[in-house]
Design a protein around this ligand. Structure first.
Ligand code: C6P
Length: 417
C-alpha cells in the first residue's frame, strides 16, 4: 500500500491539502519508505518560505540589529522588528512592546519565574499549576521555591486526562500569587478550559501565565480576548525555527518587572555608579538576539496565517477522529488521554511491549513517533506507566499515513506474539 508516494502531486488539491508540498523535508524516504512524520509535538517541519527567509538573512543582509547605522544593519533591524509586529498581530497583543523574543517556551517561563516570581512571590505564597504540566512549567517554579520558600499547588486530572476543576475556587487561595497552566497537554492532547481558569483567577486578582507551546499551532489565540497576563510559545512548534520563541506579557506587568539578564541592548545608560534600563521589550532581550530565528518565526506566522484557521482546525480534528477509531482496531492498544476536547495527539501503550521497541520498529517503516515520558513524568506517574508511544499530527498529515501506522502496529503485535 505504501509503495506509492504519500502525496499525489498531480492531484487537484485544495490549498489545505497541498500545504504539504511547501515542506521539502516531508518529501523523502526513510529506511526505504516514504517518511511519515508523526512527531510534530516535538517539532514541526519548516515550509520553504521560512527556510528562504533564513537563507536570505544570512546570504544578503546578515548584520547585527539595533546597533549599526549602515544599510545592512538597518535592514536586519527592520525585518526583525517586522517579525515582532507580525506576532503582535497574530496573537492580537495591544502593543509590539508586549512581544519579547526568547529562546522558546522554557526560556519564557524561566524569565517569568526569575523576574516576576522573585519580585512578587514570597515564602509561604503559592503557585498553582496542573498535574499535566510539561517539566518546563514545573521545574522553574521548584527552583523559585528553593530560592524563596514558596510552594506549588496542583490541579489534578481524571482518568480521561481532563482537569478536575470542582475545587478550583478552594485551590485559588489567598496565598496563590500566580496560576501557570498548559493550554494543550503535549502528552495527552487535552485542551484545557483556560478561559474559565483565567476568569476565576482574575476574580481573586491572581495573574495567569499560559503555556501555549502545544496550542498556538492548532487554533486562534487572542491574548486580549483571553485576558491572560502572560503567554509563552516556541517558534519551532509552529513551523518556525528552533531557538526562538515568544513571551507575551501585559505591558503594565512587564514594566514593573526587573530585567532577567543583563548585557548589551537591555540598557539605556551604564555607568559604574548607576545603570538604567531600556524600554520594553528590549529590557528583557540582553545580548545579540537570534536574528535569523526571529525573522524565520515572522515568516512562519505569515505562512500559518495564509491558511484559513478554521480549515486547519477542521482538518486536524478530522485526523483526530479518524485516528482514534483506527488505532482502537489494533488488539491490545490503549489510548492514554481521551479528553473530549483535544488536539490530534495519540499517546498509547500496546500490551506490555515497551514503547521504545514500538518506536524502533515503526522507524524501520519510516514512521517517526516519539516514545518516552515526553517531559511529563507526573502524567506517566498518574497512569502508573513509564512511557507511551506518541503520534502527534498537524494539518499536513493524512489519513493514509494513519492507515500505514495502524498497519505497522499490527505488524508489531505479530513480532511480539
Ligand atoms: N514539548 C514535546 O515533544 P521548548 O522546548 O522550550 O520549545 O518547549 C517546552 C515545552 C513547554 N510546554 C509544553 C506543553 C511542551 O510541549 C514543550 C515542549 C516537546 O512534547 C519537547 S519535550
Amino acid at each position: 500500500m505504501m509503495n506509492q508516494p504519500l502525496l499525489q502531486k498531480k492531484d487537484n488539491l485544495t490549498s489545505i491539502q497541498s500545504a504539504r508540498l511547501s515542506f521539502p523535508a516531508l518529501d523523502q524516504s526513510v529506511n526505504d519508505h516514504p517518511l511519515v512524520y508523526f512527531d510534530n509535538a516535538a517539532t514541526t517541519h519548516k515550509p520553504l518560505s521560512v527556510l528562504k527567509s533564513i537563507d536570505q538573512f544570512y546570504s544578503s543582509y546578515n548584520s547585527n540589529v539595533h546597533r549599526g547605522v549602515h544599510s545592512l544593519s538597518e535592514k536586519a533591524t527592520e525585518q526583525y522588528e517586522n517579525a515582532r509586529k507580525s506576532i503582535q498581530g497574530f496573537i492580537n497583543a495591544e502593543s509590539a512592546q508586549e512581544i519579547i523574543f526568547v529562546k522558546g517556551t522554557t526560556d519564557a517561563i524561566n524569565l517569568i519565574a526569575q523576574s516576576y516570581g522573585r519580585s512578587n512571590i514570597q515564602a509561604g505564597d503559592e503557585i498553582l499549576i496542573t498535574e499535566m504540566e510539561h517539566h518546563s512549567n514545573i521545574v522553574p517554579w521548584q527552583i523559585l521555591a528553593e530560592q524563596n520558600g514558596c510552594k506549588l499547588n496542583i490541579i489534578p486530572f481524571n482518568e480521561k486526562g481532563e482537569l478536575i476543576l470542582e475545587n478550583l475556587d478552594q485551590l485559588l487561595s489567598s496565598k496563590t500569587k500566580l496560576v501557570s497552566v498548559v493550554h494543550a497537554s503535549n502528552s495527552l492532547g487535552t485542551v484545557n478550559p483556560i478561559e474559565t481558569i483565567i476568569r476565576k483567577a482574575h476574580l481573586k486578582g491572581i495573574p495567569v501565565l499560559i503555556d501555549a507551546a502545544q496550542s498556538i499551532q492548532h487554533g486562534k489565540i487572542d491574548v486580549q480576548k483571553l485576558d491572560c497576563d502572560f503567554l509563552a510559545f516556541s517558534g519551532h512548534k509552529i513551523y518556525g525555527p528552533t531557538g526562538i520563541g515568544v513571551l507575551y506579557g501585559k505591558k503594565t506587568l512587564l514594566e514593573e518587572m526587573p530585567p532577567y539578564q543583563g548585557g548589551g541592548d537591555m540598557i539605556n545608560y551604564v555607568s559604574f555608579e548607576k545603570t538604567t534600563y531600556n524600554e520594553l521589550p528590549y529590557k528583557f532581550e540582553a545580548g545579540t538576539p537570534n536574528i535569523a530565528g526571529g525573522i524565520g518565526l515572522g515568516a512562519a506566522i505569515e505562512f500559518f496565517q495564509s491558511y484559513d484557521i478554521n480549515s486547519i482546525i477542521a482538518k486536524e480534528q478530522a485526523l483526530l477522529k479518524y485516528g482514534q477509531k483506527k488505532l482502537l482496531e489494533v488488539p491490545g492498544l490503549q489510548l492514554i488521554g481521551t479528553a473530549e476536547n483535544k488536539t490530534a495527539v495519540f499517546s498509547f501503550v500496546l500490551k506490555d511491549i515497551h514503547p521504545h521497541d514500538i518506536g524502533t520498529i515503526l522507524n524501520q517503516y519510516g514512521i517517526a513517533v516519539r516514545t518516552g515520558h515526553h517531559c511529563t513524568q507526573p502524567v506517566m506517574a498518574h497512569y502508573k506507566i513509564p512511557a507511551t508511544v506518541r503520534a502527534s499530527l498537524v494539518f499536513y498529515n493524512t489519513e493514509r499515513e494513519i492507515d500505514f501506522l495502524v498497519e505497522k502496529l499490527h505488524a508489531v503485535n505479530e513480532v511480539f506474539k
